[in-house]
Design a protein around this ligand. Sequence first.
Ligand code: DSN
Length: 428
Amino acid sequence: MYFEIVKKIRNIIKEHHKFYDEALPMIASENISSPLVREVVSCDFQHRYAEGDIGNRYYQGCYYIDEVEKIVVDLSKKLFNCNYIEYRPISGTIANLAAYAAVAKHGDKMISLSVKDGGHISHTDISAAGILGLNIIYFEFDVKRMNIDIDKSLKKIREERPKIINLGASLFLFPHPVKEMREIAEEIDAIVIYDASHVLGLIAGKQFQKPLEEGAHIVTSSHHKTFFGPQGGLIMTNDEELYKKVKKKVFPGLVSNHHLHHKAALAISLAEMLEFGERYAKQVIINAKTLAEELYNYGFDVLCPDYGFTESHQIAIDVSKLGGGDKVAKKLEKANIIVNKNLLPWDDIKKAQNPSGIRIGVQEITRLGMKENEMKIIAELFKRLLIDNESESKIKQEVINLRKKFKYIEYCFVKSPAYKYYEFEVLE
Ligand code: DSN
């Protein structure tokens, strides 16, 4: 009798795949992984345990797992030009928690960006940093530039003397001032942690700042936003002592078994990044800038017009004149355009359910092969839907038609349909 439920679940998932196959997926924290990554995610590693280090596990049967994880380490060091990589965190938040715990203790101060200025929840007292009991203070923020106000923040850091200076963000339009923060960190004996989750693929593709080279002591990240997936986290550093501390906090600290199939699949996406990353990241940034400019020219309040709108995969728009982020994101969703509502610096945090902004990411549609011409088409669809008030059903049909030309994943070794549901034959 429960097989009926199983069939229902599979059908719901197939519908989800069809929906994404006919949509414009533009959530800035997501991406689509290649068929090779997905093949490896479904491999037998998902059933196994490999607690411990490569070559020194607490379980037998890890021979091949060791081989693959050695490749993860080698490729990560090459791609990110770093000395030490801790690849076992199972998410970006766990990576942050491990890094914070490695260098600070309950009651220590950390400075980070507030959520309304773009910070991730794990950088704040409502999530990982708060669970660790860190005392969070916030950077001063320059809303015009949508970036850390360097002078005011340096003054605050000198006064407050935080133990951790935490860079990186979820609304992350421009490179952060790593060099300046490292200089002051030296002065007050602090550690600079840079959360690269959103921009890891751009860093890998050499189209964003180089946080380790610019002075971050530790870089934490997820590996599925601008990076090629699958979901998971990692930590990098060039400092052996810090690496030893971080490693202990990851295992046995915060991770028992590290989702081996995801790390095997990470080996594939590291290879994909080494091969295609530069070309992909360049196109991501061209697409983001093109889309931002087109939207701005149609009259949308795209942030930072005086600073080129963005240097990352993201665009932020103040849509308060159009009814606010909640209304606009829902209207776009009805037309198969998937974005998220987003707090902007001038919002009250209590407005999180209906903030002023929407955030748009172009990394996934870039991986589907879209370029400048498609950005122009998409901007026009936004305008017709949100400014001219054309019907959602009409715009949705145009989205479906546009997507018919972009069914495959680009920047990967094999040609395969992007949102295919890999269905096994099940005998009833
Ligand atoms: N909250 C996610 C984002 O959308 O940026 C990151 O975890």
